[in-house]
Design a protein around this ligand. Sequence first.
Ligand SMILES: *[C@@H]1O[C@H](CO)[C@@H](O)[C@H](O)[C@H]1NC(C)=O
Ligand SMILES: *[C@@H]1O[C@H](CO)[C@@H](O)[C@H](O)[C@H]1NC(C)=O
Ligand SMILES: *[C@@H]1O[C@H](CO)[C@@H](O)[C@H](O)[C@H]1NC(C)=O
Ligand SMILES: *[C@@H]1O[C@H](CO)[C@@H](O)[C@H](O)[C@H]1NC(C)=O
Length: 686
Amino acid sequence: MMFPRAFGAIALAASCLISPSAGITYDPLKPPSYPLAVRSPYLSAWIPGNDVASLPNSNAQFWAGNALVWSVIARVDGTTYNLFGVASPNDDTESGTVTAATYTSTHSTFTVTAGARSFTLDFFSPVSPKNYLRQSLPFSYLTVTVAAGDSTSVQIYSDISGSWTGQATDSSWTHSTSGSTSIFQIEAVGQAIYSQNSYGQALWGSAVYATRPSSTSTLSTQAGPRVTVRKQFVEDGTLTGDYADWTPGAVTGFAHDLGTTADESAVTFAIGHVRKDSINFLGTTQTGYYRATYADNIDAVTYFLDDYDDANTESAELDDLISDAGSDSFGDKYSDILALSVRQVYGGTEVTIPNDSLDTSEVRAFIKEISSDGNINTVDVIYATFPIFYILSPEFIKLLITPVFEYMATDAYSENYAVHDIGTNYPNATGHESSGESMPIEESGNVLFLTYAYQVASGDTDLYDTYSSQLETYATYLYNNGLYPAAQLSLNDALGALANQTNLGVKAAVGLAVYGKLADDTSYLTTGRDWGDKIWTDHLGTDADGTRFLIQYGITPWFLVYNHFPDKLFGLDVFPEDAYNATSDFYPTVRDDAGVALDGSLAWGQTNWQGFAAATVSGDARDMFIDDIWTYISNGLNTAPFSDKYFVTASGDYAAGESDSFRARPTLGSHFALAALSNVNTWSSS
Ligand SMILES: *[C@@H]1O[C@H](CO)[C@@H](O)[C@H](O)[C@H]1NC(C)=O
Ligand SMILES: *[C@@H]1O[C@H](CO)[C@@H](O)[C@H](O)[C@H]1NC(C)=O
Ligand SMILES: *[C@@H]1O[C@H](CO)[C@@H](O)[C@H](O)[C@H]1NC(C)=O
Ligand SMILES: *[C@@H]1O[C@H](CO)[C@@H](O)[C@H](O)[C@H]1NC(C)=O
């Protein structure tokens, strides 16, 4: 990570519509932001929890906070109600009344009353940990259901605008049909492949919006100026089938006429952002995994709609598993944290195959360091995510780290330690720039952890077997440099380059022990334990009394040491039980107003490292970390998609419990660290 950009201004502008939430039921809690369509770094639509009360008039937002036009409007007996996303209502329309909001690990739903009828908007982003076809489809579902009630006429309308293409000034669109499926595609004109706008939206590729008639609906379509198209719906309840040329702010609309009915009835839309050329990996174009089967956008989105029932069945099973993984062991609050984290992690990744061969045996995955700098396959970001993959999809660890090993094997990389990233700007995985960050001990330890985590969780040794000589190089680096680290960055790069960082010494000690397991060489395990004793028992990395870890050897303040999580997870005994007991006793004594900081001199903490620390402590300390993260995500102070960085005490303009700069980072996989202690590879593919 580095140079967090300030998105504060945007977040503030977006949160000015806060209305009283009386009468709305939030289950299980009202989060900073609800995922709406979160499937890739470029399909990432959210709605702040504080905007739910005004849902009919609040826009969806891209992860960066910029508005995305995406509306749902309903007519009930001829009266038009705005249900979602209508920031500028047409004449002769009313606002629906929001009564409930829920989220699970895969669905966000909102219930909105409109006259005599009640509608539920179910925003469903599949997470399919082991089915790469389903996981890689860059689409998300919106199902609008009218509940059974009085018999009325009902029409449901929805549209999107060119805001989804990342460019407001020059776009074009097309309409196509495939069977009964009706598909709009919008794309920016004349933009470079792999380029982004200032919010991080892709400027190449297509925004896709599609639907098909349900068994009870008649579908009509229209594209043109927003006010015109919506007016047509307001007045007639059906659209004209005309497609005007794209103009700024214009929309592509669908209307479903359900006729006069008292029954429950539902219609489903698919929204997406598709880039056929997804990633530039060392000069070779990678494309979505699904393209091996569905080579064009129309086939892909049509299949996506066909797959709804199966995807929904899988999502219900996954929601249950996530819920149980938390509540069975550490309580409902832990489940609530996990459920809010899942889409954000998988939605920061993409599963790809080579664009030329479409060979599914050459599958890779890429992850974007969203908001903190946009690097691609940052090794410490993969480290931060790994516990969720350890539980749900160990193969993902391999898919993400393999491009890193492949890059480090090229002539372009000649260091004897592991690299920080494979490109400065997603989706250009064109190699680490010399001006980029370097974290030798950090990343060398991480590639060892990740390789072993994959091996333990999957039972496969192929990753180690393929890259054993690189791993030996990095283990040797740790052996020669790890106990007394020279001044260098750790992944907490905001701290700058510090010498003798305790957390790096810990990483090196545990990294060597892990290498001993990988290489079946107990001498490394012995050295790792030896270093663990020096750092803890001999007080190299602690205060004189051995009650806490310090940030640097012999130098205060204390530090939230989380790098012994792999020691705990893999049962390596690098650190003695006494170290874990002491930190369990210590952290509650330095808890600030809203949680434990990253170190004793900082006003902020990070939920991802608190998540790792929670798994290394017991009893009250563990419950404290869970309670604090839960309170932070439910405190109503924040609007950014789950920021893993927040103030634990008031600082400058920030109150305790307010988030700081990071948004929507996929690093939340670390929240699964506790669950990983008792759940390994527990997901079987649907
Ligand atoms: C990726 O590289 C291309 C080609 O050099 C460039 O046009 C594009 O802006 C780069 N993307 C980002 C996000 O920097
Ligand atoms: C990706 O493959 C498609 C289909 O073969 C081709 O049209 C396109 O040019 C390829 N993209 C690149 C960047 O090579
Ligand atoms: C690191 O700590 C050791 C032991 O305390 C000390 O000898 C050494 O000078 C320190 N290194 C740096 C760069 O401060
Ligand atoms: C650590 O704490 C546990 C639980 O309180 C206790 O049983 C154990 O004896 C302690 N270990 C040490 C080395 O103090």
